[in-house]
Design a protein around this ligand. Structure first.
Ligand code: ADP
Length: 462
């Protein structure tokens, strides 16, 4: 269940975190300052009580009858009293008679705190006082000296510090709260602009980019990543569009041929031989169409890549012998020699059917594009972590300016010759797709007039 207190906008979250961190730091700082100030004030009070007792004791003079007095007139303190302060000193004998008093106020201390003991706080009619009683020896006489210092002034000082800290904290919190909101807004508004811009880019406007001025490495890298994705999307959309147009064109050509051959045949009565010939031509076109459909399907399958392939350990040497066996008839028709050089098993991690299709395409091309009585050699060998098949022919070769393009869909060096040979223009692009789906590649090396060599490499098994 979603918490009702979940803050949804990043802006509010940043502001809240900012506020929370400042509040906690301020709280920590204020507490430390106030507590150490209160401790200091308390120890100052205690010091004064001790000092009063010491001064009072030192000032006592005892006469012959044993009575104490302060001949110089003992002033509790020769310091200026702060507001709410006050000192009081009493001298008692051990039988419980008060003999001397001096001070700026009389707290009327209770008898209970007249025994020698540690410092304590007592609440009197003049407010809380810090007091202590000590036994003092003057000559042979012994007295109890009790001093008291009013706490009201010191407490007021601590209270005033608390108030000031609270006021400063409130002001800082207010400023930092608004500051946090302003900072979050300033930091995040380029994101909002980018989102706004991105929303307006549709499939028809994939050439558009997020031309938003941003500062900060993170935002720049987000914008650049988005723009790179857009560029890739645009490229694949373009490729798809071109492919659809090319495929429609390729399908329309045999359909038009079928139609016109049929129409011409129907225009007048023909002999059975003539009809047979027309049907033969029509079947050739149907053949071309079904080959095209088959290759389009294979391309869709290869594009789905790993999702559709079943990878297994496949012996390429065995596969090469199988493929050569299957295409032997075609080579024989042209009196070509098909040679397999695969002395040892070379095991690849591959989808058997897809790899077989790729190999058929390469060997079929080598046969198609080589002269009669030439030789086609299929070599299988292991590479570094790879299984490699090379298909070498003695054909016309491929001029360098075409070498990189022959792997594109529907690209042919000589379209009419490819058509004549029943080619669809998809064979090599399918080989490339299959190689890449396996994590491998296909390359061509060719010398015009001497022949070509297509090398298909896929990862070795294990
Ligand atoms: P096609 O159906 O036309 O054979 P491919 O995609 O298999 O389509 O090949 C693309 C083009 O590459 C061919 O039309 C041909 O011009 C050229 N080609 C392919 N293989 C060879 C080869 N072994 N020797 C010379 N040219 C070749």
């Amino acid at each position: 269940m979603k918490s009702p207190f979940r803050v949804r906008t990043l802006r509010a979250r940043i502001a809240l975190w900012y506020g929370a961190i400042i509040t906690l730091s301020l709280l920590g700082y204020s507490l430390t300052v106030a507590i150490s100030f209160a401790r200091h004030v308390r120890s100052e009070l205690d010091r004064r009580v001790h000092e009063d007792i010491e001064l009072a004791a030192r000032a006592i003079v005892v006469d012959a009858s044993g009575s104490p007095s302060w001949p110089g007139g003992f002033l509790a303190k020769e310091i200026e009293e702060e507001e709410g302060g006050g000192h009081w000193v009493e001298v008692w004998n051990l039988t419980g008679t008060r003999l001397l008093t001096a001070g700026t106020f009389d707290p009327a201390l209770p008898d209970a705190v007249r025994t020698a003991g540690p410092l304590r706080t007592v609440v009197t009619h003049a407010g809380p006082v810090r007091t202590m009683t000590e036994t003092v020896h003057v000559g042979d006489a012994t007295f109890l000296v009790r001093a008291a210092v009013r706490e009201v002034g010191a407490r007021a000082q601590v209270r005033s510090l608390w108030t000031q800290l609270a006021m400063i904290s409130a002001a800082v919190l207010l400023v930092s709260g608004f500051g946090g909101i302003a900072i979050a807004h300033r930091l995040l508004w380029p994101l909002a602009r980018m989102a706004d811009r991105a929303r307006r880019i549709t499939a028809q406007e994939l050439h558009e980019r997020l031309n938003v001025d941003v500062t900060g490495e993170e935002l720049e890298s987000l914008r650049d990543a988005f723009n790179t994705t857009l560029a890739r999307l645009e490229a694949s959309f373009d490729q798809l569009r071109r492919f659809t147009a090319d495929a429609s064109h390729e399908i329309r050509t045999p359909l038009t041929a079928l139609r016109s051959v049929g129409e011409v045949a129907l225009r007048s009565a023909r002999s059975a031989d003539e009809y047979r010939e027309v049907i033969g031509t029509m079947l050739e076109e149907v053949d071309r169409l079904s080959r095209l459909a088959g290759e389009l399907l294979a391309i869709a399958r290869a594009e789905a890549g790993e999702a559709r392939f079943v990878f297994d350990a496949v012996d390429l040497s065995k596969l090469a012998r199988e493929v050569v066996g299957q295409l032997e008839v075609l080579a024989e028709e042209r009196e070509q020699r098909l040679v397999v050089d695969a002395p040892e098993p070379v095991v690849a991690r591959a989808d058997r059917l897809a790899l077989r299709q790729a190999l058929i395409n390469l060997v079929d091309n080598a046969i198609k594009y080589s002269p009669e009585r030439s030789q086609v050699t299929v070599t299988v060998r292991p590479g570094a972590h790879l299984a490699v098949v090379e298909v070498r022919d003695e054909g016309a070769g491929i001029p360098p300016e075409h070498a990189s393009r022959i792997f594109e869909r529907f690209y042919r060096i000589d379209p009419s010759r490819s058509h004549e040979l029943g080619g669809t223009g998809l064979g090599l692009s399918l080989v490339k797709l299959i190689a890449e789906a396996h994590g491998g590649r296909v390359e061509v090396e060719s010398v015009v007039g001497r022949g070509s060599m297509f090398r298909l490499s896929v990862p070795a098994a294990g």
